[in-house]
Write a protein that binds this ligand. Structure first.
Ligand code: PGA
Length: 253
């Protein structure tokens, strides 16, 4: 285990499922039923569902101790933005979290660091916890630019949010590990988390949670979560399987 930039772990343990554009009402009900049956968890647990299902998810999870959230929000507060979902709408549905800057949004929807930071600001303004995603592509890693890329991505959020960065969660998700079955090793992930932690320490936000995401499975979660600066996970594919997701949530205890 690599030593941490912050001396003692006081951060919350958090596991968040990112369902992406998957599910339907009946499959969601089965999945949520299994999660509720396995609750309570020692770690905080949440699922980020597609926006059309959030009302169902809220009704199902209310009172369960499991939180829920959106997968994205607008960088605007309200108005003529067809197809967008505002942070206020997510808050209205009882969301606690919203993912911003997921690499699929960055790559497929052209979202840059500034837009991502503005989305995080909207989330905080509505009382949500933004999960700010950062991560390098394989080409960037091969060019030894990982630290520079993730620090630049995080700096945009720190610059815009100021002290409020302390109310966010950061997720390190190497793009080459997302949905590929190719997980970062615990040491590779910890090295990046330590860099992110150092940047957060400098911003007086040492104690926020930094999640790892990218092919986290039931059999590799515990070794990742044992690292000093890895406080939990952002889970894609495995969050759609109740048994796997429950095992990952328990690994974060
Ligand atoms: P994965 O996705 O667990 O399927 O790799 C993680 C994510 O994209 O958040």
């Amino acid at each position: 285990m690599v030593s941490s930039a912050s001396p003692a772990r006081q951060r919350r343990r958090l596991v968040v499922g990112n369902w992406k554009m998957n599910g339907d009402r009946s499959a969601n009900a089965v999945l949520l039923g299994a999660l509720k049956a396995a609750a309570p968890f020692q770690a905080q647990v949440a699922v980020c569902a597609p926006a059309p299902y959030l009302a169902d998810v809220a009704a199902s999870l209310e009172g369960s101790g499991i939180g829920w959230g959106g997968q994205d929000c607008s960088s605007h507060a309200a108005g003529a933005f067809t197809g967008e979902t505002s942070a206020a709408m997510l808050a209205d549905l009882g969301c606690r979290y919203v993912i911003v800057g997921h690499s699929e949004r960055r790559a497929l929807h052209g979202e840059g660091d500034q837009i991502v930071a503005e989305k995080a600001r909207q989330a905080l303004a509505c009382g949500l916890t933004p999960i700010v995603c950062v991560g390098e592509t394989l080409a960037e890693r091969d060019a030894q630019r990982t630290a520079a890329v993730v620090k630049r991505q995080l700096a945009a959020a720190i610059d815009l949010l100021g002290a409020d960065i302390g109310k966010a969660v950061v997720a390190y998700e190497p793009v080459w590990a997302i949905g590929t079955g190719r997980t970062a090793t615990p040491a590779q992930a910890q090295a990046v988390h330590a860099d992110l932690r150092a940047a957060l320490v400098a911003a007086n936000a040492a104690d926020i949670s930094i999640l790892y995401g990218g092919s986290v499975k039931a059999d590799n979660a515990a070794s990742l979560f044992a690292e000093a600066d890895i406080d939990g996970g952002l889970i894609g594919g495995a969050s759609l399987q109740a048994d796997a997701f429950v095992a990952i949530c328990r690994a974060a205890a």
